[in-house]
Design a protein around this ligand. Structure first.
Ligand SMILES: [Zn+2]
Ligand SMILES: [Zn+2]
Length: 67
């Protein structure tokens, strides 16, 4: 999946060995070596409260742009 987005400022992109699979800011894969995990809604709620736009484990969008 190729996503063209604005250059993401998240530190994970600059790391050769990011500790997470997905970037919490743009949802791009930053480390393919890390396996995708199944998350619970609870985990997503905690992650969302931490200010993450995307889940770092499964890449799901946590904060939806709704009107
Ligand atoms: Zn990013
Ligand atoms: Zn998740």
């Amino acid at each position: 999946m190729i996503m063209q987005r604005k250059r993401c400022s998240n530190f994970n992109h600059r790391r050769t060995n990011a500790p997470v699979r997905f970037c919490p800011l743009c949802g791009a894969v930053v480390n393919e070596a890390i396996l995708m995990r199944e998350c619970s809604a609870e985990k997503h709620a905690i992650s969302r409260r931490g200010g993450n736009k995307y889940c770092v484990h499964c890449g799901e969008q946590l904060i939806l742009a709704r009107l």
